[in-house]
Write a protein that binds this ligand. Structure first.
Ligand code: SF4
Length: 907
């Protein structure tokens, strides 16, 4: 057993520290109790990291697309020469603006720094942008407008110390689970702490809220304008702070009054009652220690920057910035979105938080020793791919991201990738949606092999440390970029030997001619040697050359030219797409609790599918009745952009008139489950961030004639989704193989035959094969189990029932070896004799189903979360399911009170 390596989780922006131990049993992961971000806590995704270090489909050698369109192995030197030649030719024929780099909040700060230095510093184009544009660029723009800098002025400790925490457009329980755990623990310790959740949906996060404001989609800016009016009306404006530190108060106040003076009208437009509004306003006004935390629900909007500034205005008006326990707090989605912001990963910024001013451009020329520093902002993510679609971007290098899946209007993005003459993709796995369009695929080191730094949502820099050798021939992204820079003749500026050399240069840049003029200053790290870099503890910036770490804005001075903050007048117009008779519903998109992005990592872990196994569509029962949708059946959502097929989930927490579909279902895991195919590229005019939350759509029932299951042992070959019978397909990793959910409109007898043929095509008959078959044409039920050597190898089943059966016992049979006579009988019967259905899984860590919990409640009617945990282990590991346990307890209490209430006759 090796000594534990302290590193950082590669998923969300909470940035949890993890301790990784390698032993004979594989890699084990535990929360790092010394890391200030999580203090030992992990969520379900972080806790399962040990099961993802050996990902299937890892790229191990560079691959080049042949003239026939297939990918063939090549060597690194040839691949790098080809890239350098393509860049040189493209620049010579079309200029540097024809080059594009699209990078990711998944890469490390050192990778980001080198990518940015090559593009903006030496190729002379700023056409480098990041997928973080899709998560938080509106927050960056809002901070910039207000503070003159991209400074997040709040820490996780501030959240815990606050007396009022307002969560706006943030399902913290799913998207940032460990921060949610910290918030829940703080509230349990100080019940007087008040939590308000502002979200059209009653999410798991709302389970700990004192007040949930189910706001009408898109009306957040109006709500905060109305709050500013209330602050003004009640004399809660901090006049001294305004006087000393803020410009623009009068203009912002006038704008808020013009928009939001009429409370009844605000109530009507936000969909809230006047009582809800006045309660919310009063809570904010009376509570000095208020943190307002926001995330994608606000940012992913065509007016996301205005929404952010409307919120920040209220903090500036009350002077609640730069003090303990208060402030406006944008939480980032990805593990290193903040690092990307710092080193210039956004097309509109130079490195080290510098904008494109003549002074900053000149500073970068001198620091990098280059005459070709870009002089104007480049194309932001959506515009970059639009330019590729128009033939203006002719060389595109994509690093650690999957734009064919994650950008809005995915069909158009795919067309752009197909049109671009040369696409390079640096990736860990070769099966992403974007890989299909790459001319050159470069194997990149993954988590556990990389070495560098990331910055979390609270400005804390942490080390990601390697504990594994690089897989195959994979290389670090910063090294590959340096090798290409060298081939282009820039070798002396890219002669780095180790990630610590890159970090040292970046730190020196932040301190270069700074003297307090810029917020981002890592001067204390500018001489960090390799040993100190290896030992670097998690550290919040700034850290000045003298070692001091002042809290930004504590002195009431900001980073605008006159060092005063700015309130921004906001016109609270909704930029959502118009609803029509043909498109009468709003589609909202977001995250699941146990999955990450396109599931290329979490999708390899069976237990992370326990919570949700298929693309789902959450709808309020009223809308379900209106559009003839039934729970568990499939529905088709469509608009002019595209369509989606998903399993209907009836959810009282949905706002009537709106639907919710998760973002994770990439082509590798579903057919027609890609929600971004429906999202039009409507952008915030300031930040360029796309709107993902309010797409106008139509929904209708899918007329399935059959629902199917296919179960394959790990050594069986799964044919490609695109060729599967039926219209609907979703793939789920199971412990000993995989499971497919399918559906179609053909007659069931034709479907079972087609399914069987489909599987047979990739799995020719084996001499030891035996087929058990059941057919009941009258009811439309068919089952075929293929046994090899007496053990279950594959199973396909067709039923007219839309409710998915409990597949856990089937999955257990996959790994069981030779089947008994009873098992064979169960397979043909389609259910395990005498087995209880444990219901949908609530706790992924211990696979505890809803029915198991209800059984406990039947025995212990007064049970609480602790009792459920003691009886079943649910909620006792990562805690991510605790909101659902609470919701179950609440529903049970309501049901019990109804049952217990005396009837009118009996009273
Ligand atoms: Fe990783 Fe979960 Fe922590 Fe996010 S909250 S960093 S996903 S362990």
């Amino acid at each position: 057993m090796n000594a534990p390596v302290a590193t950082t989780c590669p998923y969300c922006g909470v940035g949890c520290g993890v301790l990784v131990t390698r032993g004979e049993a594989g890699v084990t992961v535990a929360g790092d109790t010394t890391h200030p971000a999580n203090l030992g806590r992990l969520c379900s995704k972080g806790a399962a990291l040990g099961e993802t270090v050996d990902l299937p489909d890892r790229l191990s050698v560079p691959l080049s697309r042949s003239a026939e369109g297939t990918l063939v192995p090549t060597d690194w030197d040839s691949a790098l020469d080809r890239i350098a030649t393509a860049i040189r030719q493209t620049v010579a024929e079309h200029g540097p603006e024809a080059i594009g780099l699209y990078v990711s909040g998944q890469i490390l700060t050192e990778d980001y720094y080198i990518a940015n230095k090559l593009m903006k510093g030496f190729l002379g184009s700023a056409n480098i942008d990041t997928n973080s544009r899709l998560c938080m660029s509106s927050a960056v723009a809002a901070y910039h407008r207000a503070f003159g800098s991209d400074t997040v002025p709040v820490s996780y400790e501030d959240v815990e110390q606050a007396d009022l925490v307002i969560l706006v457009g943030s399902n913290l329980a799913y998207a940032h689970p460990v921060l949610f755990q910290r918030l829940s623990a703080a509230k349990a310790e100080r019940p007087a702490m008040r939590i308000i959740v502002i979200d059209p949906r009653a999410t798991a996060t709302a389970s700990i809220a004192d007040q949930h404001l189910a706001i009408a989609p898109g009306s957040d800016a109006l709500l905060f304008n109305a709050l500013l009016v209330a602050i003004d009306q009640t004399g809660a404006v901090n006049e001294a702070f305004i006087q000393q530190s803020v410009d623009g108060f009068e203009e912002a106040r006038a704008s808020a009054w013009a928009e939001a003076a009429d409370l009844d009208r605000v109530a009507e437009r936000t969909g809230l009652t006047t009582a809800q509004l006045t309660d919310f306003f009063a809570a904010f006004i009376r509570t000095e220690r208020t943190v307002t935390l926001w995330s994608q629900g606000l940012n992913q909007s065509a007016s996301g920057t205005d929404k952010g500034n409307a919120l920040i205005n209220c903090h500036l008006a009350t002077g609640r910035v730069g003090k303990p326990g208060c402030g406006p707090f944008s939480i980032t989605g990805q593990p290193n979105a903040m690092g990307g912001r710092e080193v210039g990963g956004l097309a509109n910024m130079l490195a080290a938080h510098q904008g494109f001013t003549p002074e900053n451009i000149d500073r970068m020329r001198r620091f990098w020793g280059s005459d070709t520093v870009a002089t104007a902002p480049g194309l932001k993510a959506v515009d970059l791919f639009a330019a590729a679609a128009e033939g203006k971007i002719r060389f595109l290098w994509i690093i650690a991201t999957n734009p064919a899946f994650s950008l809005p209007d995915s069909h158009r993005v795919r067309a752009a990738l197909a049109r671009c003459p040369f696409v390079v993709l640096s990736e860990c796995v070769g099966s992403t949606d974007t890989a299909a369009y790459a001319d050159l695929l470069l194997p990149a080191t993954g988590w556990g092999e990389r070495d560098g730094t990331v910055t979390n949502s609270e400005r804390r820099i942490s080390r990601q440390r390697a504990f594994l050798p690089p897989h195959g021939q994979s290389r670090h992204d910063w090294q590959v970029l340096c090798d290409v820079a060298t081939r282009l003749g820039f070798g002396s500026a890219f002669a780095f030997e180790h990630a610590s050399d890159v970090f040292r240069e970046y730190a020196a840049l932040t301190a270069f001619e700074n003297a307090g003029s810029r917020d981002l200053d890592l001067g204390g790290f500018r001489q960090l040697d390799r040993a100190a870099y290896d030992a670097l503890p998690p550290t919040r910036w700034p850290i000045h050359a003298d070692g001091s770490q002042p809290e930004p804005f504590a002195d009431g001075r900001f980073f605008t030219a006159n060092r005063r903050a700015r309130m921004i007048p906001i016109r609270a117009q909704s930029a959502a797409s118009a609803l029509t008779i043909a498109m009468p519903l709003r589609l909202n998109t977001g995250r699941l609790r146990d999955q990450w992005h396109g599931m290329s990592r979490t999708g390899a872990v069976a237990k992370l599918f326990a919570h949700e196994q298929e693309p789902t569509l959450r709808t309020h029962p009223q809308d379900a009745a209106r559009f003839k949708l039934r729970g568990h059946q499939l529905a088709r959502v469509r608009n002019r952009q595209g369509q989606l097929l998903a399993r209907v989930v009836l959810d009282d927490g949905q706002r009537p008139g709106s639907l919710f579909a998760p973002m994770h279902w990439s082509d590798g895991f579903s057919r027609d489950g890609l929600v971004n195919a429906l999202i039009a590229p409507r952008l915030d005019p300031v930040s360029g961030q796309p709107e993902f939350k309010t797409e106008a759509v139509w929904v209708e029932p899918y007329p399935a004639a059959w629902y199917g299951l296919v179960l394959l042992r790990h050594d069986a070959v799964c044919p490609p989704f695109s060729t599967a019978p039926g219209d609907y397909a979703a793939r789920v990793t199971r412990p000993a193989g995989l499971l497919l959910h399918l559906a179609g409109t053909e007659p069931p007898a034709a479907a079972i035959s087609a399914l069987s043929d489909w599987l047979r095509h990739s799995n020719p008959a084996s001499p030891d094969e035996e087929i058990l078959a059941f057919a009941d044409p009258a009811s439309g039920r068919y089952r075929q189990a293929w046994l090899r050597g007496g053990a279950l190898f594959a199973l396909c089943a067709i039923t007219p029932d839309s409710r998915a059966p409990d597949t856990d016992w089937l999955t257990e049979l996959l790994g069981q070896g030779v089947l008994s006579a009873g098992d064979r009988g169960d397979l043909l019967a389609g259910k395990r004799a005498g087995a209880a259905d444990r219901g949908p899984v609530i706790c992924a860590c211990f696979s505890v189903g809803k029915q198991t919990l209800l059984d406990v409640l039947a025995e212990h009617p007064a049970a609480d979360v602790a009792t459920l945990g003691a009886c079943t282990q649910a909620g006792t590991n990562c805690g991510a399911c605790i909101p659902e346990l609470k919701a179950l307890l609440a529903a049970h209490a309501v049901a019990a009170s109804v049952t217990d209430a005396p009837s009118a006759q009996g009273a």
